[in-house]
Design a protein around this ligand. Structure first.
Ligand code: FE2
Length: 347
């Protein structure tokens, strides 16, 4: 009896199905690599890179430094291996853009997911997560409910009660820029002067150490980015949890006609001389996917820029709040004016 051998036909069929499947599943290139220059700490971006590589098979190489990366990129010029830059503040992003170190990337995925006020007009940079500057107050501070706005902090009744990191740090400079945008230069100067007048000690340390200073009784009020509270209250270190437990967080400027809480971003842009352009674009778009947006919230207690993402309990407890809608680009443009004020009032 003659036996028909179907094996080659079946293999061919399976191979065809496999390739059609590949084409449907991934209309874009699979594999390759990207080189990222990151101001964001390695442990904060590691989970993003893992997920991205899992999805795309694109390898990621990261150069991390908190300072000096823009100078490095500039010095490397066309020879730079950098494809993508990630930063944690609008001032830094704008520095790259102003130095011409980014190239525009017009993307409907990014534009439809990221609110207009959180990205550049010329598509050179995009915000991927939001951070709010808030007011931490000691639980033992009397009448702390009288603080509802940043503007309240200049009241003489808070004399000797406030602590802050130096004004020239990008977080404070952006906050002051938002006050210039809202109230004008003169009012912002008066505010900064009044704030400094109420300081309990000369400006020093980082945001975490301001919360620690409240815990230890050095001061009772501090300006901090909201996620530091999230990190401390959820820390494995009991000492950190104690610091956080000693404060309440006030999300300021929430009145019905008020401008809302000051918002800054972490974000990124594609390097001007990117060699792995297609892969870099894929990474940028990956960062606004639901999975990546959830990572911003779960790893670092930052707010996603898209809606409908599950948030950690610390953030859900604060609920939705009014956000200052001033374009983040405006804050970067005002940072020179803000720095002048900071120098004048020696913040
Ligand atoms: Fe930070």
């Amino acid at each position: 009896m003659s036996k028909t051998n179907y094996a080659p036909t079946v293999s061919l069929l399976l191979l065809t199905v496999f390739f059609i499947g590949m084409l449907l599943a991934s209309p874009r290139a699979i594999g390759g690599e990207i080189n990222i220059y990151s101001h964001r700490q390695p442990y904060l971006i590691e989970p993003f890179l893992k997920e991205f590589t899992k999805r795309t098979k694109i390898k990621t190489n990261v150069v991390f430094a908190s300072k000096g990366l823009a100078q490095r990129l500039q010095a490397e010029g066309e020879a730079s291996p950098a494809d993508l830059v990630l930063t944690v503040d609008i001032s830094r992003l704008k520095q790259y853009a102003d130095k011409g170190l980014f190239q525009p990337f017009v993307s409907t995925v990014l534009e439809s997911n990221i609110p207009k006020n959180l990205r550049s007009k010329d598509s050179t940079w995009y915000g991927f997560s939001k951070r709010s500057r808030v007011i931490a107050v000691s639980k033992s501070l009397k009448n702390s409910n009288e603080i509802t706005r940043f503007e309240d902090l200049t009241d003489a009744k808070w004399s000797g009660k406030i602590c802050s990191r130096p004004g020239s740090h990008v977080y404070n400079r952006a906050l002051l820029s938002s006050i210039i945008a809202a109230n004008g230069n003169e009012a912002a100067f008066a505010w900064a002067k009044g704030l400094v007048k109420n300081f309990a000690r000369s400006p020093r340390g980082n945001d975490r150490s301001q919360i620690k200073a409240i815990f230890s009784g050095e001061c009772a009020i501090a300006l901090v980015n909201h996620y530091y509270y999230g990190k401390l209250i959820n820390s494995e270190d009991p000492a950190h949890r104690k610091w956080a437990e000693s404060v309440d967080i006030i999300i300021p400027n929430q009145g019905p006609t008020d401008r809302g809480a000051h918002i800054n971003i972490s974000g990124g842009g594609i390097a001007k001389h990117a060699k792995n352009l297609e892969e870099a674009k894929q990474f940028m778009e990956f960062l606004v996917s639901k999975e990546a947006q959830k990572l911003y919230a779960s790893i670092n207690y930052e707010y996603p820029v898209i809606t409908g993402v599950d948030l950690p309990d610390t953030l859900t407890a604060w609920g939705n709040f009014r956000e200052d809608q001033v374009p983040i680009e405006t804050l970067a443009e005002l940072s020179g004016k803000a720095q002048k004020i900071i120098d004048k009032v020696t913040w």
